[in-house]
Design a protein. Structure first.
Length: 227
């Protein structure tokens, strides 16, 4: 079963595509849907997709049809798993603090201090990781660096319940789709387009939920002034 999962392919328009790339992205899509519904199961489902996609984006190491190493794409899967543990724990605790049946988090806008931290982390992270990925020989290091940095910030923002995290995902998708198309990762590029639609819808869902919660007095108070 493991050998099949690693080696199974299908051919679309003359291009060999790994099933694990498709399956990993479908798990990621399911996690995004769970996130917009604010369900705790979004985190463990996402972890499964992250583990599969880690092997996909190290194309030279795991002998994928593309044979290109995207270190940012692969590395972010590892950090996704780490942040997912944090988010999973945080959302479960929040849900248990309530009646245990409702949404796991109350959306809110990030504070001014938190937004400054996000912008600073985005700029510094992109610069630092672009240098690292260039040294490692990553394919498309600057785009890879922003995708890596933005994805981490978006996932962390989701764990914190910041509504802005959806907007960060849109910025990641805007860079990710062209990069993946040029690199030949067509299922991932297509799923990025689908993510864009889900992300846009998720933003409206969280924004609407935030307004409803504010109107009913369920306001998520920020914890301190820093992330």
């Amino acid at each position: 079963m493991i050998h099949w999962l690693f080696d199974a392919q299908l051919t679309i328009a003359g291009h060999p595509i790994l099933w694990r790339e498709i399956i990993g992205n479908l798990f990621g899509l399911a996690s995004a849907v769970g996130g917009l519904r604010r369900m705790v199961w979004a985190w463990p489902v996402g972890v499964v997709g992250n583990a599969l996609l880690f092997t996909v984006f190290l194309g030279g190491v795991f002998d994928t049809p593309q044979a290109k190493d995207l270190y940012g794409q692969a590395g972010r899967q590892v950090f996704f798993i780490v942040i997912a543990v944090y988010g999973w724990t945080r959302w479960r605790s929040a849900q248990r603090a309530g009646d245990g049946s409702g949404p796991a988090v109350i959306p809110r806008w990030a504070t001014s201090a938190e937004r400054r931290w996000l912008v600073t982390a985005a700029v510094v992270g992109t610069l630092v990781f672009a240098a690292i990925f260039s040294a490692l020989g990553s394919w498309g290091p600057w785009a890879d660096a922003w995708i890596f940095t933005g994805s981490l910030l978006a996932t962390y923002g989701m764990a914190r319940g910041w509504t802005e995290f959806w907007l960060i995902w849109l910025a990641v998708d805007a860079v990710g789709v062209p990069l993946l198309l040029r690199a030949g990762y067509y299922p991932s590029a297509f799923l990025y387009l689908v993510y864009g639609g889900v992300v846009g819808y998720g933003f409206t869902v969280w924004l609407r939920a935030q307004r409803v919660d504010d109107a009913t007095g369920l306001v998520a108070a920020p914890v301190g002034s820093a992330p």
